[in-house]
Structures are given as structure tokens and as C-alpha cells.
Design a protein around this ligand. Sequence first.
Ligand SMILES: [Zn+2]
Length: 167
Amino acid sequence: MDKFMLAAIEEARQGLAEGGIPIGSVLVKDGKIVGRGHNRRVQQGDPMAHAEIDCLRNAGRIGSYQGAVLYSTLMPCYLCAGAVVQFGIKEVIVGESRTFTGAAELMLDHDVQVTDLDLDECASMMEHFAAANPALWGEDIGEDTGKETGKATGQDLHADQEEDKGE
Ligand SMILES: [Zn+2]
């Protein structure tokens, strides 16, 4: 696999280990990772702390984004696609867009080259997370599931433990 996508997946896994949403991102310039990050919305209570934003923040002021490539395990949303367009990043490589279609069109409309690797590894990571934390995932993508959200469980659905007391 692409070593940069692998680094983005490592970031996503780190986020999951922290009790957060498993989305990771790296920014590559001149063949080197100049920034990396993951979604920290739960960890920091910050709705703006998407993986790509966290990555761009961590990269700091890199000067020109010419030739920079943004990797993300998931298709960027409008917020992050907006940052890509605003900063003049011209290439985005994503792990998958099956679990979230994101804002590919916005980027394509602004001459950003978008490549979807459609990786099972990235899709299954999100599928497992969304199944275990439907309300938390809904909050992240702006879908109200009508449920309270809290910290991610990082586990599959809890099985009810029923005691069999007999007669
Ligand atoms: Zn985003």
C-alpha cells in the first residue's frame, strides 16, 4: 500500500485508541510528510477538529501548498474540502468514500485532482466505528440521529447480560 496512506491509517487508528473517530490524514510535500493528524472532535470537544484540519494545523505554515498532496482515510467533507480549495492544494488522495461521499464535487469543481483508492481497510474501519457509535458518527457528518452522544465506546454493540435466576 501507498506508504503515505498507511501513515494516514496509522493516524486513524491512533484516534480510535484515544476514544475518537477513526479518520486520519497526512500532508505530503516534496515526497515527505510535513504534517499529520486525526479527528479529535471527541478528544478535544472541538467540532472543527476534523482529521484534515488537524493535519493542516500540525503542518503549520509551510509557505506554498504548490505540489502538496493531502491524504485522508475518508473522503473530505465540505469543511475540509473548503480548506483544500482555499489553500490551493491541488491533489487529494482518499482511502474510501463508501461510508461517506463527502465533497468530492466541490474539489473537482476547483480543479483539484481527487483519487479514491477505495480500500477495504479504510471502509471496514469506519463501518465498525459507525455501527458501534451511530450517534457520534451522525454528529460528525451533520446527521441528527436524535440520540445523546458521548465518548466512543470503541467496542461492538454491548450484548445484554440477562441473568437466569430460574424459578
Ligand atoms: Zn472534514
